[in-house]
Design a protein around this ligand. Structure first.
Ligand code: SF4
Ligand code: MG
Length: 335
């Protein structure tokens, strides 16, 4: 399988004015703080985590809606930072986004046909016949009739509006679609319709997805591999079943313990984490999860663990699996 996208030590820090009474010290919110992962052609890579963990910012930085503070993004082996303008335009066709809220992302005063067609105009497709042909093609692919195309967004239900959002993303024939909470605003009964549509389109068009969600059940159902984010970092990446059967990072374990157990005889205990997620402008030292971790060792408070493969298709960033961590336990250091 080919690597379609490679993200290497990606950082996105936002400057904020810190202090009070006009104190000019600049602080940074480390929204994304050293994230690395690969996405294979044709797969669905899920990014999960609680709100504020940096998953949307990761998506937006890959789309170049935000400039990365540091790190590299490779698409089909090409470093995005080194593309010239015309290559950048091609790239923008290749990577598209589907947003969470179809209400907010669709212009209410535009007819649906113009909304869906707009990207082609932006990409400089001057031929009207060609645009019309593509419009009807994608409308058909997402299940919208030609008659519906003359209407306005408010005339559609939430699920239909998300079909419009998907059609708009598809019209430039992208290879990668970043879907940021695409079904979170929809009723559960409508969610599966939209997910089934996305899955059918993936098969039909050979699409690759990055699927960003806080909803662990949806991610489990829809993704092939999953990365778990906490405070701007990827703490665990694994093939879906491995992650759900055997999470290795204590945060991932706690997060997943909230899901109902698929094996009624193997009842899981729900792990309640102590404290709140710390501020990303002043993250804890060492492992940023350490103030909340029941397995915290001495080394965790000082040394930041890095994401490393522990098994095939399973990488984790935690001292429970590092040499330093093993020594820390063996030395009997106080917890
Ligand atoms: Fe817990 Fe230490 Fe692992 Fe962090 S590195 S998750 S504190 S055991
Ligand atoms: Mg978000």
């Amino acid at each position: 399988q080919n690597v379609l996208l490679k993200v290497e030590n990606l950082k996105k820090h936002f400057p904020v004015k810190g202090g009070i009474f006009g104190n000019k010290t600049l602080q940074h919110v480390k929204a994304v703080d050293g994230v690395s992962f690969e996405v294979m052609e044709g797969e669905t890579f899920g990014i999960v985590g609680e709100s504020g963990c940096g998953k949307s910012t990761t998506g937006r930085t890959i789309l170049r809606l935000l400039e990365p503070t540091e790190g590299n993004i490779y698409f089909q082996g090409r470093n995005l930072a080194e593309l010239n303008n015309s290559e950048m335009r091609t790239l923008r066709k290749d990577i598209q986004i589907v947003f969470q809220d179809p209400f907010a992302s669709l212009n209410p005063r535009m007819r649906v046909r113009d909304i869906i067609e707009e990207p082609l105009i932006n990409f400089g497709v001057a031929d009207r016949k060609e645009r019309e042909r593509r419009l009807l093609e994608v409308a058909d692919q997402v299940g919208l009739t030609p008659a519906q195309l003359t209407r306005f967004p408010h005339e559609f239900s939430g699920g239909q509006r998300q079909r419009i959002g998907i059609a708009r993303a598809l019209i430039s024939k992208p290879k990668l679609i970043i879907a940021d909470e695409p079904v979170s605003a929809l009723d559960v009964s409508i969610q599966s319709q939209v997910l089934n549509l996305m899955r059918d389109l993936q098969k039909e068009l050979g699409l690759t997805y990055i699927f960003i969600s806080h909803d662990l059940s949806v991610v489990k159902h829809f993704c092939d591999r999953i990365g778990v984010m906490y405070l701007g970092k990827m703490v665990e990446i694994a093939e879906k079943n491995r992650l759900y059967d055997k999470p290795m990072h204590p945060y991932a374990e706690a997060l997943l313990s909230a899901l109902p157990s698929p094996h009624p005889l193997k009842k899981k205990k729900r792990i309640i984490l102590k404290g709140d997620v710390p501020s990303p402008s002043n993250p804890p030292s060492g492992c940023t999860f350490h103030p909340r971790c029941a397995s915290c060792m001495d080394v965790c408070t000082t040394d930041q663990p890095t994401l490393q493969a522990v098994e095939d298709q399973h990488a984790v960033s935690c001292h429970l699996y590092t040499e330093a961590g093993k020594k820390s336990v063996a030395a009997g250091e106080p917890v």
